[in-house]
Design a protein around this ligand. Sequence first.
Ligand SMILES: *Cc1c(COP(=O)(O)O)cnc(C)c1O
Length: 370
Amino acid sequence: MVAERQNFSAKMVTKTVDLRSDTVTKPTEAMRAAMANADVDDDVLGNDPTALRLETEMARIAGKEAGLFVPSGTMGNLISVLVHCEVRGSEIILGDNSHIHIYENGGISTIGGVHPRTVKNNKDGTMDIGLIEAAIRDPRFEICYPTTRLICLENTHANCGGKCLPVEYIDKVGDLAKKHGLKLHIDGARIFNASIAIGVPVHRIVQAADSVSICLSKGLGAPVGSVIVGSKRFIARAKILRKTLGGGMRQVGILCAAALVALQENVPKLEGDHKKTKTLAEGLNSIKGLQVDVDSVETNIVYFDILESSNITAPKLCKHLEDRGILVMPDSSTRIRLVIHHQISGSDVQYTLSCIQQAMTGVPEENGGN
Ligand SMILES: *Cc1c(COP(=O)(O)O)cnc(C)c1O
């Protein structure tokens, strides 16, 4: 993405390469046109034709009976968990490094009265099946224990670097859930990235899940929203909770129209995003003082470590990049996360690599800056 960058004081930079997240994309011309022309009506009354079209399409893609547009992935996960845990004092099993556990304000507890039971996330985003099973509460001791009702998986796993869960693994977790009378929810914020990366259709990946939350405003590049999918009964309950939480919106087809374009335009671009991410990871790994586990990069996210031997910190490197119009997120004092999306070009990747290389070697730029 090349854009004018204003209010930039240090020197003239005309380019912004925004690698903070795949949520930073701007709606394309086609999306804006679709939004302007969207056929709309009151969606709280269930009449918005564009919302219905998007929900039907997402349900079809995910192989579920029905779908529901929600304002965000956070609300999609919250609603899903609460539908599965209608009784207060329910417990869910989820990864200790999962988005629901870390980044959603503990809403399942503060709003839903749901208790989180975390299981260690492995580096690949999985949780050991044995550990999941061991975390399921024994109903005979309900005098002390909350009741386990749900297992949550995340695919791709964001904090684990955009890892794809193996389909056989998800199926096994699904079998385990069934065996114990539990439900399975998948936080599929980036499920399309997983699908493209492993070459398996979304509906097959999520076959074992009772519900899935899918973001439209991540790699798909739509401006707003997520869709949750599940059985008709699940969605009927979800619709009531969405209204309770203030997520019932009226002429929401304006947003859904952009999402329908995103499905058409941007799903086919994800493969290119993943290739660019791999190129970025390989380039970073070849820079002295940096380390990336290149093989672990499967989709559009790359984390890199700054080795102790180099004399630059992550915040310093971030500042160096920001001065050159490159926006990134530090993860710690020695770790930085980069995320690729459809508005990052191959030359943006090369530009980023050369700016990082320059920061690491400390070689001044030709124009004398540093
Ligand atoms: C972004 C994200 C969400 C939530 O999305 P918002 O729309 O920002 O609320 C949930 N899960 C994962 C894995 C995400 O990356």
